[in-house]
Design a protein around this ligand. Sequence first.
Ligand code: NAI
Ligand code: PYR
Ligand code: MG
Length: 552
Amino acid sequence: MSPRDTDRLHLLEDAVLNHSTAFGEEERSRLGLRGLLPFAVETLDQQVRRAYAAYGDQPTDLARHINLRALQDNNETLFYRLLRDHVEEMLPIVYTPTVAEACRHFSQIYRRPRGLFVAYPDREHLTEILRNRPHRDVDVIVVTDGQRILGIGDQGIGGMGIPIGKLSLYTALGGIDPARTLPIVLDVGTDNADLLDDPMYLGWRHPRIDDAEYHAFIEQFVTAVEAELPGTLLQWEDFATPHALPILERYRDRLLTFNDDIQGTAAVAMAALTAGCRASGTKLTEQRVVMLGAGSAGVGVCEQIVRAMTAAGLSEQAARERIHVVDIRGLLTEDRTDLDPAQRRLAQPADAVPSTTAGPAGLADVVAAVRPTALVGLSTATGAFTEQIVRTMHAHCDRPVIMPLSNPTSRSEAAPQDLLDWTDGRALIATGSPFPQARYGGREVPVAQCNNVYIFPGIGLAVTAVRATRVTDAMMTAAAEAVAESVDTHAQVPSLLPERAHLADTATAVARAVARAAVTDGVAPHLSDEEIDDAVRATRWRAEYLHHHAQA
Ligand SMILES: NC(=O)C1=CN([C@@H]2O[C@H](COP(=O)(O)OP(=O)(O)OC[C@H]3O[C@@H](n4cnc5c(N)ncnc54)[C@H](O)[C@@H]3O)[C@@H](O)[C@H]2O)C=CC1
Ligand SMILES: CC(=O)C(=O)O
Ligand SMILES: [Mg+2]
């Protein structure tokens, strides 16, 4: 093929450049596309209607996910316009819960390459791999090693579904140019026996590497990213807790990076708790919190609550006394020898809660003794918030905040309808994955979705707009406050989070607040508030076709 042939075919093959049937008469003539497309010229709106109809014809959620991914790989502008126009309907398809199925079936549904597969046996070629990235300039990388995908465990390279899904939302909600995003999976093997036995599995068929080898590989990866893509936001996603916390500690002061499961989840949960205090007319410093789950997400949320309570006037010790954490073995207590340092900071005295069983006090014991005002689940333990536990909680708290946050839906600690029924309609509820609205007393009750999707798109927009160099705690706190302030306080039924339909507006509010915090913290160049707002506005990419100037 001549260079001219590759150029013009490239326009139809490259999802960023492709306008497909919207290439107009003049463009088709000038760019050598005449006859390569059906005769009719469509507008973007007409294309959206056609794409929506094809989407509607799909028989299952996974088929809808595959349909949208194919569209994304064919024409990103159209994909993002469709997503923007139907964001509430399509969020559960692109993201949790359906993305969990896409990760499980990644090798079977694999069609076209997207992002980078960085396999351990290729480690000598890390720089070469990064240089092979499809687009030169990158604002945001989301990287996973696939070990703890949502609440469904080790998915090996199937975990790639998560960076792709998260980055779709960075663009759809946070306005990051899709050509400046880069999903990466670190293929360090898998311990998932089904995948190792599956002849279709496309990853490195090897048990996971660990310890020194693993950390050396992560260091090699980070060093290569620093060299090739300095200043790019590096988001860690769905790493197993024993790796997630140490990686964050090691790199957070070295480059522009954050862990979404630890810090993003903490910020959104903090926002929901703040809105819950407002709805129940209580103060944050009066809350008693019980957390089920002591993984990276649960620990991150608890530490954010400690920071907020101390900022509101409590001593750190008093704040920690108000937070009880329960894991698969029971209450975290100082006498337990199986806790890591982060969990140990959240442990209670050995005799804090009497146990009615042989081991440490369980969730039922803790709820009965502590009388929490807020109960949060980040445990993957389906149905763990039982009727008895919830009724006990409600007996001591008129408006309990109850947040089963585990993903996907099949891992939720409770169903919102049950929570309302067991609390006479009084519970203030948010879930991790989307649930249909519940009903109580003849009224429809919308269920808020407490998910880090309220946070990360705005973080990406902020750091890109003002060229921040670090993600600080103050920036995450600013994100939480911006989300809490965006909650509609005049709604008939109090909600813990802004409406999902307004996620893009919330991302803008988060971006402004986070960018201001970055400037105040000295990790972004000095800009006035007005300049920050202008930068955020100017950074937002829009799903519109740009004129092609290339010559035929
Ligand atoms: N809503 C949101 O925005 C987010 C939700 N998550 C969800 O949180 C969950 C946990 O994530 P990680 O902390 O990374 O996982 P992890 O696996 O590191 O931690 C799970 C924790 O729950 C405990 N646990 C497991 N089974 C239990 C049981 N039957 N009873 C009591 N405790 C039990 C474990 O001991 C552990 O402490 C996942 O489902 C994930 O999808 C995570 C990040 C964000
Ligand atoms: C939402 C998210 O990041 C998780 O469930 O892991
Ligand atoms: Mg995650």
